[in-house]
Ligand binder design. Structure first.
Ligand SMILES: C[S@@+](CC[C@H](N)C(=O)[O-])C[C@H]1O[C@@H](n2cnc3c(N)ncnc32)[C@H](O)[C@@H]1O
Length: 381
């Protein structure tokens, strides 16, 4: 429902000035108006001089960062940004996410999502309606099964998808879910995107033929077999022409690398991959001593494994940047739900990598003597 712009911006203002703000982004522009900067990002930071609100604005050429003290200084800076004719505000705080989109008529369309963590911690009397992108009692789940935990996970992934895609979607989208398994996410993504009025061509890929047969029968029962189909095969070689949106939820080990490699091959506009187990670099680090002066990282098995996890996803993000993607690595669900809660989300911009990005990658892989699976996959053609 549209709300008045002043009410919506007052809600945003209050959230921006709270020290527990997680992050906020203002971008886009209102009809016929142009803000003085193309984007502004705000987050609280802890500096030597105490807590500050960090504001990074970008004029389209370069970012400009300033840190302002909470209180009058932050209020003035926030008011100045709220006065800019941005088309969208996206505000994340521990309580959830508030998204405001200013319509052509100048109204505010407000979308509020309560965070999983705050939902769990919220008292029963919490007065804000629990908002799911797909209701847990959606008949879809009755048909495809899946416990409450899986429904929460899929809903959290959908929220990340919603936060990644632009407000104005193309009329038609090709979506691929790689390593789709039982296809909870495949069908949920289909349902969510269809509800946004997009014409869809959704493909689920899994190496298991029995999954293809089961999921195809499900698509027929759900009446969406014309738009949702399933392919049996490896992610790397599956017969899929291209995709605009690539999803991969817990594709095992290097199957996530296969998914990222295909996304790069297709120049997919949006990629959301939540990695699963990481064995590739862990095995490489086990086989050799970690180079000096970082030997300590390899001394204890558990630390080496965790370091290999971080190194793997760092390298993946870095390689995506090298291939023209803007990348973020975030948690898409709380770690109590699953320790595999990282999400690599990337948007294709086509920007050529800078020398610094290239050097960073070479220093990382050269420094640790590693040859990541994704690098090998990307250089295979
Ligand atoms: C942990 S399950 C996740 C399934 C689903 N994405 C979900 O979250 O419910 C991983 C799935 O990836 C599939 N898989 C693993 N490696 C694959 C590969 N190289 N190519 C295609 N599918 C693969 C497995 O068969 C399995 O169904």
């Amino acid at each position: 429902m549209p709300e008045t712009l002043s009410d919506a911006l007052a809600e945003v203002r209050a959230l921006l000035l709270r020290p527990d703000l997680t992050r906020a982004v203002a971008a886009g522009r209102r009809k016929g108006q142009t803000p003085s900067v193309v984007r502004a990002e705000l987050r609280p930071v802890s500096l030597k001089g105490g807590p500050k609100l960090q504001i990074v604005t970008n004029d389209g050429a370069r970012p400009f960062t300033r840190n302002v003290a909470f209180g009058d200084e932050a209020a003035d800076a926030v008011d100045a940004l709220l006065a800019e004719p941005f088309g969208n505000w996206h505000v994340e705080s521990p309580g959830g996410t508030v998204q405001v989109r200013i319509t052509k008529k100048g109204d505010a369309q407000v979308h509020r999502a309560v965070s999983e963590v705050s939902e769990a911690a919220a008292p029963a009397s919490h007065d804000r309606a629990k908002e799911h992108l797909l209701a847990p009692d959606d008949p879809l789940f009755t048909e495809i099964g899946g416990g409450a935990a899986k429904r929460r996970q899929v809903d959290a992934f959908l929220r990340a998808l919603a936060a990644t895609l632009p407000d104005e979607l193309p009329a038609h989208l090709r979506v691929v879910d790689l390593g789709c398994g039982n296809a909870y996410l495949t069908f949920a993504a289909y349902r969510y995107l269809a509800s946004r009025g997009v014409a869809l061509d959704v493909v689920g890929v899994d190496v298991r033929e029995d999954q293809r047969v089961r999921n195809t029968a499900l698509a027929e029962r759900l009446g969406c077999a014309d738009e949702v189909r399933f392919v049996a095969g490896t992610i790397l070689d599956a017969d899929v022409e291209r995709a605009d949106v690539v999803l991969a939820l817990h594709a095992c080990d290097t199957a996530t690398d296969e998914a990222l490699a295909r996304a790069v091959e297709w120049e997919a506009s949006w990629v959301l991959a939540a990695p699963c187990c990481h064995h590739d670099l862990a095995a490489q680090l086990r086989r050799q001593a970690v180079p000096s002066p970082f030997e300590g990282l390899g001394r204890h098995g558990i630390l080496r494994e965790r370091f290999a996890d971080v190194l793997t996803d760092t390298v993946r993000a870095s390689l995506l940047r090298l291939h023209g993607y803007r990348v973020e690595v975030v948690e898409f669900i709380d770690s109590a739900h699953t320790p595999r809660n990282l999400l690599i989300r990337a948007r294709h911009t086509g920007t050529a990598p800078t020398a610094a990005v290239r050097e960073e990658y070479t220093a990382l892989t050269g420094g640790f003597h590693i040859e990541p699976a994704l690098e090998k996959l990307l250089s295979r053609s």
